[in-house]
Design a protein. Structure first.
Length: 143
């Protein structure tokens, strides 16, 4: 991970925004964006990975992030990564394919979310398997 002042600001926000959230396996949610950020190759993808679910899953808005000084390239990628329920899932994925920041983060996100080894084998449901299949199809669109 690239530790610039911007990245540190994103790390702090990511941690505070997701502090009390848990993922589907019961682990602290914040591990997920940190895991994605560790895979990124530059500052803007790292920051975007850290913030990729902040607007979708918390009370923060894009205007809040802008006011905090996050660059427009990051905000634009985050807008693409924030799924609007009015758009079909696969149309949403196809729409972000051409933005290199959003695409890199979404590939890492889908790969991590498809990894069922993060869950106890006994707790994996048919719904989890269907979600994994959906994410695999989305990865095919992006790759």
């Amino acid at each position: 991970m690239i530790y610039t002042p911007l990245t540190r600001k994103a790390m702090d926000l990511c941690f505070s925004a997701h502090m009390h959230q848990r993922d589907k396996s019961g682990q602290p949610y914040v591990f997920h964006p940190f895991h994605l950020a560790e895979q990124m190759k530059d500052e803007y993808t790292t920051v975007t990975a850290l913030l990729h679910d902040v607007v979708e899953d918390t009370s923060y808005t894009f205007d809040d992030l802008s006011a905090m000084g996050f660059p427009c390239e990051v905000i634009d990628a985050l807008k693409l990564l924030t799924h609007d329920d009015a758009t079909s899932y696969f149309d949403y994925v196809a729409a972000l394919k051409h933005d290199p920041i959003a695409r890199a983060v979404k590939i890492a996100d889908l790969t991590h979310n498809s990894d069922l080894s993060r869950m106890d084998k006994e707790s994996i449901t048919e719904r989890d398997m269907a979600r994994r299949e959906k994410y695999q199809r989305a990865l095919e669109i992006l790759l």
